[in-house]
Design a protein around this ligand. Structure first.
Ligand code: FES
Length: 273
């Protein structure tokens, strides 16, 4: 009893926020650095690949099977192949303008402000902190209530944009079932549809979506439809981290497959037409 009182008094004297007087930087002996390291490697590789592809301005459309890579959807610059420009060619074809310039900024905003990615890159790139019970890499911490991180609150609005973009990706996947003027079905369709399903799962598992579905309700019993949707979204939500990574994989794989087809490195495996 005496020891506890003495400790509290010392703690209060130094302020409750001060770190305990332990010389070691952390007492963790497990591989706490592994998760941030994997995040740096994974996100770094993906961003590099995506940046190169977005500014490559070629190998994004397989005319024979109407496959359009999600990195160029919707294709809206004057440089776009007319058949791939499902929403018109309304922007100039300057090199610096991505062909999907109308959607990429919103997708970037959606991912950058995502609650999971925030945790991942705060830890991995900003070391703030790199892991639980490991000291912060910075002396001060202003949180997300001030500039610039207060803009992370835009996430709820980015969600609506991402949902619209998922509809566009779905439309691309539907259009890809035409080969020439007939119905067609190949491995590319399986990949495009698989990517779209995963994109919807990631988008709907968003924390903002969960709040839209079931937030601010006092009685679930009076809103059975919203309750059912909230229950469905909640099940996806617990997999949000996995879906965040899976969709990075399906996006890059879909893009790479379409690039390989358009560049004639491989040919599509066709099941019908
Ligand atoms: Fe991750 Fe909304 S919280 S997409």
């Amino acid at each position: 009893m005496t020891t506890r009182s003495a400790t509290l008094t010392a703690g209060q004297a130094h302020g409750a926020r001060e770190r305990a007087a332990i010389a070691a930087k952390t007492l963790r002996t497990d591989r706490w650095w592994f998760a941030p390291l994997i995040t740096v490697v994974g996100l770094g590789a993906w961003v590099t690949y995506a940046t190169v592809r977005v500014f490559m301005h070629k190998w994004y459309w397989v005319d024979e099977h109407h496959y359009l890579t999600p990195f160029y959807s919707p294709c809206v610059t004057e440089r776009c192949v007319p058949e791939a420009a499902h929403f018109g060619r309304i922007l100039p074809g300057w090199w610096i303008i991505p062909d999907a310039a109308l959607t990429l900024p919103f997708l970037l905003l959606f991912r950058l402000t995502c609650y999971y990615y925030r945790k991942a890159y705060y830890r991995a790139f900003w070391l703030s902190p790199p892991a639980c019970a490991v000291p912060d890499g910075h002396k001060t911490y202003s949180g997300e209530t001030r500039f610039p991180l207060i803009f992370q609150n835009a996430h709820r609005y980015a969600f609506y944009a991402a949902a619209i973009i998922s509809v566009i990706n779905t439309w691309d996947a539907v259009l890809a079932f035409r080969s020439g003027d007939e119905f067609g079905f190949g491995l590319g369709n399986v990949i495009l549809v698989g990517n779209v399903v995963m994109l919807w799962a990631y988008t709907l598992s968003c924390h903002s979506c969960r709040h839209i579905a079931g937030g601010r309700l006092k009685h679930f019993s009076k809103h059975p439809v919203r309750y059912r949707f909230w229950t469905f979204v909640s099940k996806l939500n617990v997999r949000h981290m996995q879906l965040a990574w899976i969709t990075l994989g399906t996006l890059a794989f879909t893009d790479f497959y379409i690039m390989a087809l358009d560049a004639n490195w491989i040919s599509d495996l066709r099941f019908i037409n």
